[in-house]
Design a protein around this ligand. Structure first.
Ligand code: C2E
Ligand code: MG
Ligand code: MG
Length: 599
């Protein structure tokens, strides 16, 4: 490496007339000096090379950008500087320093560990024999390779100019790829990248996801422009949250903050900075209220996974109400995983006929006669576990399986009970229909084809709809109910009293039966108010000419109370638990009823 600086210098002198010194040129290139300077890091173990390079580059500008020179004298020092300063544009790097390939090793670390893709690299070496392989040049995206003698002032300028332009282009592309246009914050990609860099640096960081409360209301009432300005105002505040290293906007009113502070502190800093004062934009003053989902970065967890953890927490926070914070924990992943597993196993279960029905008898409380049965779905999953219908019905609704499930139940129930219904006139089969199933466009068709498939008497079918499903006041609902009535199918309002009742609509609904929810039956013997609720429902049933059936009767005194109040019908463990079809058919009270029907 000896003499290289002198050789360079000679080169400079020889080519002098070719250079454009900014200060001397007639039309100075110095135009855009308000732009931040481009940072150039010179790495060389030869001190002379630094001073010569500095001399060569003095007063040069590149497309209006001044250069800001930084110096390192070995690769460790260079790495430390690069790690500290993400804005270095060009690396002018000596290949042979403390070892023959120290420069190349540095390049590898910079590209692979620091993920500096924009950084342009020009390799210099004193000895031509140390040229890197072509493959290395392309793998590590090395811009140029020059021996030091080659790098005259002119060539150095040309070479740096090319590097500067390519750096600026990459920077622009990066801006497009990583920046949110509205707020200038990072976008999702930018956030993920920042997280990756933070994780690579080996520190734990806190990721906060924010969702603004009532943002759509703001949008609706004041218009897009005002809403955009509000988002920009929030973004301004996010930029200055202490301890935060990156702020991003991920979707309309969803923001993210990557903070170096631990969870509780970063939450507090974020809330203090954003919500302490109201935000006034175009004379409209708004509170900055938001929900937070919080997660921590981990070396073993990918950035996008951490982001999805924060999303899970945020979703729960939003469900909990405005201004809430939820911190992610592993149980949430477990719950989600279990859910996904359960959905796929329910799907399989439906395909493989794993679903079966049990039947719970319903009674006339005065005569003790069995008036019918309620069909209740049962499912045992692959592992042999009994999953509660309360769980799998909701799951089926959310996974879009409810229509198929409902159809299976309806078909099975009508097939199972066809004979029983033919043998005992007036015997009813009640089938639960979830509101989502009821809203399917082909619901009526499902019902009518199930009836005709087994030639079932429509008058012996009762459909149980929950209050909220029956009361959605839509024309579609009314029309469906009308057609069911017209076919002679009866309608029961399930879990009555737990939903929202409009007396006027209840009248219009012309349902046949109100099923008093178990929670009220439980209260009959507990309190006067419990008793009064049941009395009210009974009076309502009488007025609207509906049967009233009490659910979940477990105790004799409940039964006595109901009979005394004049409740017509009931169902509960006290009289009979749900049972399999063969047990039902063998059940003595049913057998007795079959025999008396024969006579
Ligand atoms: P539901 O329609 O109100 O059904 C009554 C529930 O109360 C049934 O629970 C029944 O087993 C239970 N039950 C009856 N008597 C007693 C009692 O004396 N004590 C107690 N503790 N419980 C009693 P199950 O079978 O677990 O069903 C729960 C809910 O799942 C049902 O409430 C219904 O909403 C839904 N479901 C069950 N099968 C189906 C179905 O085929 N389709 C739809 N859409 N929903 C269903
Ligand atoms: Mg029911
Ligand atoms: Mg019920």
């Amino acid at each position: 490496m000896l003499n290289t600086s002198q050789e360079m210098f000679t080169g400079v002198l020889m080519q002098d007339e070719l250079f454009q010194f900014a200060a001397e040129s007639e039309e100075p290139i110095v135009k855009k000096l308000d732009l931040p300077p481009l940072k150039l890091l010179i790495v060389d173990d030869d001190h002379d090379v630094h001073s010569v390079t500095e001399l060569l580059l003095r007063d040069l500008t590149f497309d209006g950008y001044r250069l800001h020179l930084l110096h390192a004298y070995n690769s460790a020092e260079a790495f430390a500087i690069l790690q500290q300063d993400a804005d270095i544009a060009i690396l002018l790097l000596d290949v042979v320093m403390e070892s023959d390939d120290a420069g190349l090793r540095l390049v590898k670390r910079v590209r692979e560990t620091l993920h500096r893709k924009k950084l342009r690299i020009i390799l210099r070496t004193g000895q031509p024999g140390y040229a890197p392989e072509l493959e290395t040049i392309s793998n590590f995206d090395i811009n140029d390779y020059k021996t030091k003698t080659e790098l005259t002032r002119e060539r150095l300028f040309t070479c740096l100019m090319a590097a500067a332009r390519s750096y600026l282009q990459l920077a622009q592309l990066e801006q497009l790829a990583y920046e949110d246009q509205l707020t200038g914050l990072h976008n999702r990609n930018g956030l993920l990248k920042a997280m990756e860099i933070a994780v690579a640096a080996g520190q734990k960081h806190t990721l906060l996801l924010l969702d603004l409360d009532h943002f759509s209301m703001l949008n609706d009432s004041f218009g897009n422009e005002q809403a955009d300005a509000f988002l920009q105002g929030v973004a301004q505040r996010l930029k200055v949250v202490p301890s935060s290293i990156t702020a991003a906007r991920l979707a309309a009113d969803k923001f993210a903050l990557l903070s170096e502070a631990p969870m509780s502190l970063s939450e507090q800093l974020c809330r203090d900075t954003l919500s302490k004062d109201t935000l006034t934009i175009n004379n409209i003053t708004q509170d900055v209220s938001f929900c937070l989902g919080v997660a921590t970065t981990h070396a073993e967890v990918s950035s996008s996974e951490t982001l999805s953890h924060a999303y899970m927490a945020l979703k729960r926070a939003k469900n909990a109400g405005i201004g809430q914070t939820v911190i992610f924990n592993d149980a949430m992943v477990e719950a989600l995983r279990e859910r996904v597993g359960l959905i796929s196993s329910l799907n399989k279960g439906l395909q493989h006929d794993q679903l079966y029905l049990v039947y719970q008898p319903q009674f006339n409380l005065k005569t003790k006669q069995i008036i019918g049965v309620e069909a209740l779905a049962r499912w045992v999953d692959d592992s042999g576990r009994h999953v509660s219908p309360a769980v799998f019905i909701e799951l089926a609704e959310q996974a879009g399986l409810i229509s198929r499930l409902g159809q299976i139940v309806l078909n099975k129930a009508l097939k199972d009970c066809g004979e029983l219904c033919r043998a005992i006139p007036g015997f009813r089969v009640a089938v639960n229909v979830s509101s989502m199933q009821f809203k399917q466009p082909d619901f009526l068709q499902q019902v009518f084809s199930a009836l005709s498939d087994v030639n079932f008497n429509a008058a012996q079918l009762e459909i149980e709809l929950t209050e909220s499903a029956a009361m959605d006041f839509s024309a579609d609902t009314e029309e469906k109910l009308r057609q069911l009535r017209a076919a002679g199918i009866s309608l029961a309002i399930d879990d009555f009293g737990t939903g929202f009742s409009s007396l006027a609509y209840l009248e219009k609904l012309q349902a046949n039966c109100l099923k008093i929810d178990k929670s009220f039956v439980d209260k009959i013997t507990e309190s006067d108010s419990g008793l009064r609720i049941v009395q009210t429902i009974l009076a309502l049933g009488q007025r609207l000419k509906m049967r009233v059936l009490a659910e979940g009767i477990e105790y004799e005194n409940q039964l006595q109370g109901l009979v005394a109040m004049g409740c017509d019908e009931g169902q509960g463990y006290l009289m009979a638990k749900p049972m399999m079809l063969n047990n039902l058919l063998e059940w003595p009270p049913i057998k007795a009823q079959l025999q008396s029907a024969e006579r």
